[in-house]
Ligand binder design. Structure first.
Ligand SMILES: [Cu+2]
Length: 454
């Protein structure tokens, strides 16, 4: 009897939990309402079967409970009942699967008027490529990827020259226009998923997969990677903004195209050296840094990292936090740099500075620090801290321990990496959570600083 009541409570509880659950589908923002319908059908079919089977079981437990007066009757075959059960089960299975086939047929058949956008996935970032005026993407190949050519563009393909290359995790889409999203991975398996669009698709290295949709509601939605792709999988986050056609066109117009980027990739170290005069007062003539002025060593930093930081200081993505007093010293310096070319020249000069070892100011436990570093940091920053370009992690090995510790505290305290445009800083801030206290920060900073990068 008690058992029968428990089963009934289980059914009532499950149905109640389903109705009052806070975890519902996100509001839909695309044309894929049909996908919700298939999910609803599945919930109705499985829900009905769940309730019916369990209530029947409760009834049977109660109705045929033990009684000394009753004898069991053995009845192995019941043709009629079996026909009914087989029929009902088949109907249920067909009801669950058939609608999905129709939706899938739509999902793989892209309307002719769809415009094309390419999404690239890599450990652990998103990138986007728009075809430009000609409406056609140029040929690209992951084998051609270098620091100067992060999208692996085929140089001699004229169709690629006007391609818009977006190296940020914010994707833009115009509202109410069908779009075919081409999916390309630069390294391992990833999966592009936007819950509000009800779409997801694997990205397979060596292949181009795709999906299509029509965004129907303006707003900004999360892009998640839904394929375990290494230690940084959980920080592989992007956003997609659905906006009016005019806003979208204006944004697209303001983005650099491949032909421009190709020119900018040619840097001039001599011009960079001349601009460096205004930096030397704080960072030292050789980029050796100056602890008294809180200015870190720059010699050893990679040019791509320096350019990115200067852009961030200029835009306020780094340094604008009211608690970031040191970053605020740097902001006006970056603002004085007129354009990206100036920054790239400066970065090229800084990248050419000879690396020196820094002096020791912290005395953390090196073996503790090494254990922390090898386990949590080396995948991105490299075993010896030299930095890894493909994941945008800069050189930290051999750099000033006081500066490293300060940055780690800044990441932890959300002084750095919390600005919405600072994707990489945000990624790093999530990584710092493994360092439990100031002691751990001191240990790991001491260890990193002791690494010999040369
Ligand atoms: Cu991924």
């Amino acid at each position: 009897m008690a058992f029968a009541i428990v089963i009934v409570l289980l059914v009532v509880g499950s149905v109640g939990f389903h109705i009052w659950s806070p975890w519902w589908l996100t509001p839909i923002a695309s044309n894929w309402g049909a996908i919700d319908t298939t999910i609803d059908i599945t919930v109705w079919v499985t829900g009905f079967v769940f309730v019916a089977v369990n209530l029947f079981m409760a009834y049977a437990v109660y109705r045929f409970r033990y009684s000394a007066k009753r004898r069991a009757k053995y009845e192995p075959e019941n043709k009629k009942l079996e026909w009914w059960l087989t029929g009902f089960t088949s109907l249920g299975v067909i009801a669950m699967l058939a609608p999905g086939l129709f939706v899938w047929a739509d999902f793989v058949e892209v309307p002719d008027e769809a415009h094309v956008v390419e999404v690239t996935g890599q450990q652990w970032q998103w990138g986007f490529r728009y075809p430009g005026k000609d409406g056609v993407l140029g040929a690209a190949d992951p084998g051609l990827i270098t620091e100067a050519n992060p999208f692996g563009m085929k140089e001699d393909d004229p169709r690629g020259l006007d391609d818009v290359l977006v190296e940020s995790s914010l994707m833009h889409l115009p509202i109410d226009r069908p779009v075919k999203v081409l999916l390309r991975s630069k390294d391992v398996l990833h999966d592009f998923a936007v819950a509000q669009f009800r779409v997801k698709m694997d990205m397979v290295p060596g292949a181009v997969s795709y999906l299509w949709l029509t965004p129907t509601v303006k707003g900004t939605y999360d892009i998640l990677c839904e394929e375990l792709c290494g230690v940084g999988h959980f920080v592989m986050r992007g956003k997609v903004r659905v906006e009016d056609s005019s806003d979208y066109e204006a944004w697209l117009e303001s983005q650099p195209i491949y032909a421009d980027l190709k020119v900018q990739a040619q840097t001039n170290v001599v011009l960079g050296k001349a601009s460096y005069a205004m930096c030397a007062g704080c960072h030292g003539a050789q980029g050796e840094g100056n602890p008294a002025l809180n200015a870190p060593r720059l010699a050893g930093l990679q040019d791509w990292y320096v350019t990115a930081q200067l852009e961030h200081f200029k835009s306020g993505a780094r340094g604008s936090n009211p608690k970031d007093s040191y970053g605020q010293m740097m902001m006006p310096m970056a603002s004085a740099l007129v354009d990206l070319t100036t920054m790239k020249n400066l970065a090229a000069y800084i990248g050419s500075m000879p690396i020196k070892t820094s002096s020791k100011t912290l005395f953390g436990d090196l073996s503790e620090g090494q254990a922390l570093y090898d386990k949590n940091c080396s995948v991105c920053h490299g075993g010896n801290g030299a930095g890894v370009w493909s994941v945008h992690a800069p050189r930290i090995g051999g750099m000033d321990d006081w500066y490293l510790a300060r940055q780690l505290r800044n990441f932890r305290d959300k002084v750095r990496g919390s600005h919405p445009e600072d994707d990489l800083g945000h990624q790093m801030a999530l990584m710092v959570s493994v360092l439990e206290d100031d002691q751990a920060i001191e240990d790991v900073a001491s260890y990193i600083s002791s690494l010999n990068v040369n």
